[in-house]
Design a protein around this ligand. Sequence first.
Ligand SMILES: Cc1ncc(COP(=O)(O)O)c(C=O)c1O
Length: 384
Amino acid sequence: MIGSKLPGVGTTIFTIMSKMAADEGAINLSQGYPDFNPPDALLDLLAKYARGNYHQYPPMAGVAYLREQIAAKTHALYGREVSADNEVTVTSGGTEAIFVALQALIHPGEECIILDPAFDSYEPGVTMAGGRSVHVPMRGDDFHIDWDEVRAAITPRTRVIIVNSPHNPTGRLFLPEDFAELTRIAVGNDLVVISDEVYEHMVYDGAGHTSVLTIEALRDRSIVVSSFGKTCHATGWKVAYAIASPELTDEFRKVHQFVTFTTHTPTQWALAEFLDKHPEHYRNLPDFYQAKRDVFNTALEASAFTIEPSAGTYFQLAGYASIADVDDVTMAHYLTRTVKVAAIPISVFYDAAPGQRVVRLCFAKDDATLREAASRLSAVTHIE
Ligand SMILES: Cc1ncc(COP(=O)(O)O)c(C=O)c1O
């Protein structure tokens, strides 16, 4: 028989909790996806391109019109000129972009720094490349990064560091000092940065997103990932992109062409025209999601959960230490089965979880759904 290449990997918690939510008739605030549709204008464009002659292989790097629009958006938002031809690659989801980046960068025996809690696809991507994941936990209730710990984790074999701001699951943003430390460490140790910025348009309270694309010293040593799944309320479309220097893009595309070769054609055209004609969509997203965060958190104000408002992403952490002294998987199951609100335990984002009493809730839902979920959660005061 074959020996598994990923022996530690089972069904992801997102699949498990979404299924449990459906089986239990619970409101599903577990998996991160909206319960509303993409904008009508985008759906109309998809229909238009689906009816047209846009069904054969597009270029391996992505439809040129879409890459040009991505370059224009990047320039408009972050002031960085990127070449649509040599620096932008359209991928089948951020997941593909991250996987491809890891395969392109990591040689057998090399190491990748992952800051825990971390999105679940990072480690398997490193393992599949024959590399080793070195986990550095974020510390404290505010999930700050102890950069001395990161420094101590670096060895001559370290090749890549993955960062994610806005951060899933904590909703935390990198601070200016985080970027300064990241830059010092990446430059000082000749690392490549994979910057997972799929939540770039979900940043609240006027903070504004900082992309590593704006950091001169990182521009030639980073692969930046963004996702139209998040930006256009279309997680099932699986269209995303990676931006990197021409040299890194060359290596990235060598792998990408043998993983998917390219991405669904009519969807790329629809997204291109949508970006072109409706830039207000992504410009309004911070306000749109901030309003949802505030509806949810206001409705939770009288609850026994501890809520520190999320600074970014569409996730809100909820502390339950005063409600129950049980681990977070037990709590997530209880919330799903008994309270009928499905949540994600944050321990699953760790290599070695420190045992916080915290679950993650997704607020990319209709306001009425958020209010109903908050009302159910507010009824929970104590669990033996
Ligand atoms: C932090 C993070 N990175 C990457 C992804 C993957 O994005 P996509 O759905 O485009 O594959 C997600 C999706 O949940 C995510 O939360």
